[in-house]
Design a protein around this ligand. Structure first.
Ligand SMILES: *[C@@H]1O[C@H](CO)[C@@H](O)[C@H](O)[C@H]1NC(C)=O
Ligand SMILES: *[C@@H]1O[C@H](CO)[C@@H](O)[C@H](O)[C@H]1NC(C)=O
Length: 321
């Protein structure tokens, strides 16, 4: 008894701090469901609730390239993708992709991370005269800029002909980057890639490769934000068709067929079927390119773990009725 009382007494000074810990603890987050889209049918949806988990709708991309294709996924990124839960997992119906630092047998530091693409058969095109929306709810890691140098999360689409022809022919197959952010910046890029790229500088072709065409917008990190694109073919004239990037329901920037000014390239971008990808790369041309002097990322200051990763609550495709 005495012992119990003295224990209570010695706890007393701690009570205020215990109380404030409880009061200040993070509330359970409410994640937004997709906004209703009047006049559209939801034709595909992922909210990570299926009993088969990730592989119900997705294929893991593994290693450092598509089988036998361009090394480092063609971007110079340095990580190797795995399907291990330390890199990619579902927690409480949210997908987490987490870059990890690893040591090889010689003690050299490398990186692993995760990348998914929708399985074969899951690819979508916008019908002539109609609109299509592809959108996801995503939370990006909120570690500091110095800690995220080289970290490159992305939500994007590639022309399905790319898989049909053995993962060859980028960028002609067409690519729409719905959300890309690098180096912990409070910015998201929304770009298209298309046409030809012969490795020449200055940039070339209808999509100014290797830079692509589009724009960027300010965003918050550590917050659930919806990122989407709308492909709009309602004008029935390829030159005035457009792709619009939408953040939290707000239209941000667009690109039209006439801005690409190449009917074949626009056909790949806005008319043909595309599949969806989600990944967090480490290093490569894009994160290096926004550093002064194209410094090679990641830096020694770059950390791994969930605070530099990407969470995805849901992904969906909506086609106009
Ligand atoms: C994970 O990848 C390994 C090969 O690295 C493969 O053998 C295994 O079947 C994969 N598991 C899943 C769930 O895809
Ligand atoms: C137009 O796009 C096609 C397909 O992407 C490409 O092969 C061709 O070189 C482009 N034409 C010009 C003038 O850039």
């Amino acid at each position: 008894m005495t012992g119990t009382i003295s224990t209570y007494v010695s706890l007393l000074p701690l009570l205020p701090s215990i109380f404030s810990t409880l009061v200040n603890s993070t509330p359970i987050e409410r994640r937004a469901e997709p906004a209703t889209k009047p006049g559209f049918n939801r034709v595909w949806y992922e909210d990570w609730g299926h009993k088969n988990g990730i592989t119900h709708n997705w294929v893991f991309d593994l290693g450092t390239s598509y089988p036998g294709q361009v090394a480092q996924w063609g971007t110079g990124e340095i990580q190797s993708y795995t399907n291990k839960t330390e890199n990619i997992k579902i927690v409480d119906k949210v997908l987490w992709i987490t870059p990890k630092k690893v040591k090889d047998a010689k003690g050299k530091t490398g990186w692993t991370s995760g990348r998914l693409e929708t399985r074969r058969g899951s690819q979508w095109a916008c019908a002539d005269g109609k609109k299509m929306i592809v959108e996801a709810s995503i939370k990006l890691g909120s570690a500091s800029v110095q800690q995220q140098k080289g970290i490159w999360p992305a939500f994007w689409m590639l022309g399905d002909v790319f898989r049909g022809q053995g993962y060859k022919g980028w960028p002609e197959v067409g690519e729409i980057d719905i959300m890309e952010s690098v180096n912990g910046l409070r910015q998201t890029w929304g770009l298209v890639h298309c046409g030809m790229y012969d490795g020449q500088i200055p940039v070339r072709g209808p999509c100014n490769e290797p830079d692509g065409k589009g724009g960027y917008n300010g965003i918050g990190r550590g917050l659930w934000i919806t990122y989407g694109v709308e492909i709009d073919r309602s004008s029935k004239n390829w030159k005035t068709e457009k792709i619009t990037w939408i953040i939290n329901g707000v239209r941000k920037h667009s690109i039209t067929g006439s801005q690409i000014n190449n009917a074949t390239a626009w056909d790949f971008l806005a008319h043909k079927k595309m599949f969806i990808l989600l990944n967090v790369a480490v290093g490569g041309g894009f994160p290096n390119g926004v550093e002064p002097g194209d410094a090679l990322t990641p830096f020694a200051t770059t950390i791994d773990g969930d605070s530099v990763g990407m969470q995805v609550d849901w992904v969906g495709v909506w086609q106009q009725a």
